[in-house]
Design a protein around this ligand. Structure first.
Ligand code: C2E
Ligand code: MG
Ligand code: MG
Ligand code: MG
Length: 285
């Protein structure tokens, strides 16, 4: 009896696993199809200078509308793309598209704009990554210094010397590097201190805790102190209210993005939004 029950359970789990695997396969093949059919797009979320308010740039974020009005969140399809290797061509497309939009913004008078692009570990570790980057920069005729790559702490899982050689290669060209979702990964402080980067991006989970009290400032404060100590710039993600904005600024984090300022939006809307932001600033307070 017990044996039969046990087997039944095992079958149940293997069926459930089989089903989950099949669903992932199906989602991956629709993703491949959507990518070939050019059905993926980018939206842009403004990044703000906290003290005085102007837009300094935007982060490009991938969107997949699987059918009209139905979006698959990147947290679901990016891991699939990473596991299958699709992230390599897909990530190149993201970089190319972001650079093209940056070029367009520059031509329309938005100079000095910084474009932040997410790069997966799987993409970064490809031997051809730096030459791909160089090629895209040359093709799109944007200034390398206006591109920032967002990598997560997982890059530091590889051999630190190899990583630093690659990072140095990228930074020598003028491209800057931010560590995304900082504080959620496993990188040790000693590795971090050695990492050849420009900026720490404070994860949303630590920004969320900021409620104006000292007790809750904890981790965000630590990250900011760490950034100052290591001579790194800081940006906060997921700023949703004025209390968080004020706390970050008081602690010395000078840049941020989040729903308080703007949600990610298509490029045409971003231009309108920037025009409106500028005219708001012109108004006497
Ligand atoms: P991320 O790079 O940390 O991007 C920030 C995420 O936080 C975005 O979610 C953004 O919409 C969301 N967000 C921004 N401000 C707020 C806020 O104030 N409150 C809240 N609750 N959320 C906020 P999204 O667009 O769903 O992207 C999720 C993740 O998917 C990204 O996290 C990034 O890891 C990945 N991703 C997106 N696009 C790409 C891409 O082109 N390449 C790669 N490799 N990964 C990407
Ligand atoms: Mg990011
Ligand atoms: Mg992030
Ligand atoms: Mg995040």
């Amino acid at each position: 009896q017990g044996k039969r029950l046990g087997r039944g359970k095992a079958n149940y789990f293997s069926e459930a696993l089989g089903r989950a695997a099949r669903e992932r396969m199906q989602l991956l093949s629709s993703l491949r199809a959507a990518f070939s059919a050019e059905q993926l797009s980018l939206v842009f979320q403004p990044q703000i200078e906290l003290a005085s308010g102007p837009v300094i740039g935007a982060e490009a974020l991938l969107r997949w509308e699987i059918e009209p009005g139905r979006w698959v969140p990147p947290d679901q399809f990016i891991p699939l793309a990473e596991q299958s290797g699709l992230i390599v061509p897909l990530g190149e497309w993201v970089l190319r598209t972001a650079c093209r939009q940056l070029h367009r913004l520059t031509e329309r008078g938005h100079t000095g704009f910084r474009m932040a692009v997410n790069v997966s570990h799987a993409q970064f570790r490809e031997p051809g990554f730096v030459s791909m980057l160089e090629c895209v920069l040359a093709d799109s005729r944007v200034a390398a210094s206006q591109i920032e790559l967002e990598l997560t702490e997982s890059v530091a899982m590889d051999h630190i010397d190899d990583i630093n050689t690659k990072l140095a290669d990228i930074r020598r060209r003028g491209v800057t590097i931010a560590i995304d979702d900082f504080g959620t990964g496993y990188s040790s402080l000693s590795v971090l201190r050695q990492l050849n980067i420009d900026r720490l991006k404070i994860d949303r989970s630590f920004v969320k805790e900021l409620d104006g009290t000292h007790t809750k400032a904890g981790i965000a404060q630590l990250i900011i102190a760490l950034g100052h100590q290591c001579n790194l710039a800081l940006i906060a993600e997921g700023v949703e209210n004025a209390v968080q904005r004020r706390s970050l600024l008081a602690m010395g984090c000078l840049e941020a993005q989040g729903f308080l300022f703007a949600r990610p939006m298509p490029i045409e809307q971003l231009e309108d939004w920037m025009a409106a932001a500028v005219s708001n600033q012109d108004q006497p307070v």
